[in-house]
Design a protein. Sequence first.
Length: 104
Amino acid sequence: MKWAILLAGIIFEVLGTICMKYAEGFTKLVPSILVFVFYGISLAALVFVLEKMEVSVAYAIWASCGTALIAVIGIVFFRETVSVVKIVSISLIILGILGLELFD
């Protein structure tokens, strides 16, 4: 169950970050409100996960998965530039997440 809650937290963190893009410096009302709603849900999920998981592992997974997903979403949906360094860096984030989980 802790993994499902952590995954939900990651998804809501990503949704909050996407809304930041659409909020255009908090000039758009609905995306601006959704930034706070989605981040609130995300942080609440993280709080619940921390009851059953070490903070070092839970936060590292939450933050790095969110970062990797946002990087991929930026490339695919927002047409951000792609470079070898960006792809290698995202891959290293994913490897770090796997390392935390597999060797804990």
